[in-house]
Design a protein around this ligand. Structure first.
Ligand code: SF4
Length: 103
C-alpha cells in the first residue's frame, strides 16, 4: 500500500471509530505515546519542535495541536483528546502529519 493511501486509511478509520467526547469523559482518557503504532505512522511528537522536517516537509514552525482543527482540548490545558487517536490525549504542544490548520 502506498504511504499516502495508508496515511489516508489510518485517518479515515480513526475518525469513523471515534465519537466526539464530552468534556467530562476525556479527563480519564489515556495519554497518547509516541511509541503507539498509529502515532509512529503519522509522525506524532509530544513536542512539535522535534518533528523530523525532512520526513514531514509540510510541517511549519508554529503548528501545534492547539491550533489544529482536530484538537478537542480546552484552551489552556496541557493536553486534550484527538479523534485521530481514538480520543487519547495528545500534548497541546504536539504535532502529527494529520494536522489541519484551524480555520
Ligand atoms: Fe491530533 Fe492535530 Fe495534534 Fe495531529 S496535530 S495529534 S491531528 S490535534
Amino acid at each position: 500500500m502506498q504511504a499516502s493511501r495508508r496515511h489516508f486509511m489510518i485517518i479515515a478509520v480513526s475518525l469513523a471509530s471515534t465519537a466526539m467526547l464530552s468534556d467530562e469523559s476525556w479527563a480519564d482518557a489515556p495519554v497518547l505515546s509516541e511509541s503507539d503504532s498509529t502515532a509512529q505512522a503519522l509522525g506524532y511528537k509530544t513536542d512539535a519542535s522535534h518533528v523530523d522536517k525532512s520526513k514531514y516537509p509540510k510541517y511549519e514552525t508554529g503548528q501545534v495541536c492547539t491550533n489544529c482543527q482536530l484538537y478537542q482540548g480546552k484552551p489552556g490545558s496541557a493536553n486534550g483528546p484527538c479523534p485521530i487517536y481514538g480520543g487519547k490525549l495528545v500534548n497541546a504542544k504536539g504535532w502529527c502529519s494529520a494536522y489541519v490548520k484551524k480555520a
